[in-house]
Unconditional design. Structure first.
Length: 247
């Protein structure tokens, strides 16, 4: 096989994105089986040479999760921006990931089938999930002064678990698992941890936050009364009282 990428007739070849190559790989794996498909076959299907393929991806396993490399970069860039509410920012970063796969449901469902059939890919998926969790908890520890490390771990893990539950349901083709419902459930996660500013966001349909205390503050001319969960970090408590006073 030539070491040069296939060229389009009458002009230069179109540069394929990592997503394009991943899509070609997933379709081949779904049709012929992961083990039965070689990296060379994936490269040929994507119009790449073998050497170009291995410059972009370490293995035919990594190409399945190519989207996540880009999504992690996007989530990190999003979190690096200014956010009044760091807890909500983490939830919004998770929503960005979900939206990407919701826009390409057919391919996401094929990927789910391929990963589910291969133990090595399932292991790789767990590693990828951990990368999101590590990003979220690192962000919280930098954005929320004085936060207990375990609080960052718990919150990040709950957001990831909620997101993954919805994403797998979407990939299985189950009805009702859309972006709007995910947002309601993530609002419920924030209420569960007592960090939903103003208690907004509605009641989560899964009822995870039922019975959890919402933070709230109401100010009059002379008196401010605030009720917050005992577990709320003091820095977050001060931030939210200050926010209500400024309003």
């Amino acid at each position: 096989m030539s070491d040069e990428p296939a060229s389009a007739r009458g002009g230069a070849p179109r540069a394929l994105s990592r997503h394009d190559v991943a899509a070609a790989a997933v379709r081949l794996y779904a049709e012929h089986g992961y083990e039965a498909t070689s990296a060379e076959q994936v490269a040929a299907a994507a119009g790449l040479s073998r050497s170009t393929f291995f410059r972009q991806f370490r293995s035919k396993e990594d190409v399945v999760f190519a989207d996540h490399d880009e999504l992690l970069e996007q989530a990190e860039a999003f979190l690096a921006g200014p956010h009044e509410d760091p807890w909500k920012a983490v939830c919004e970063a998770a929503e960005l990931v979900f939206a990407h796969f919701a826009e390409q449901t057919e391919l996401a469902q094929l990927r789910y089938q391929v990963v589910n059939r291969e133990p090595s890919l399932r292991d790789k998926e767990l590693v990828t999930t951990f990368r999101y969790e590590r990003l979220f908890r690192r962000y919280l520890r930098g954005a929320v002064a004085g936060i207990e490390p375990l609080d960052a771990v718990r919150f990040a893990a709950t957001v990831i678990s909620t997101h993954n539950y919805f994403l797998r349901a979407l990939m299985r083709g189950e009805a009702g698992y859309d972006a709007a419902r995910l947002r309601r459930e993530l609002d419920g996660v924030r209420r569960l941890y007592g960090v939903a500013a103003g208690g907004g966001g509605g009641t989560p349909s899964g009822g995870a936050a039922r019975g959890a205390g919402d933070g709230g503050a109401r100010s009059g001319d002379d008196v401010l009364v605030a009720v917050f969960p005992r577990s709320l970090p003091s820095e977050e408590l001060a931030r939210r009282i200050r926010e209500q006073l400024e309003r």
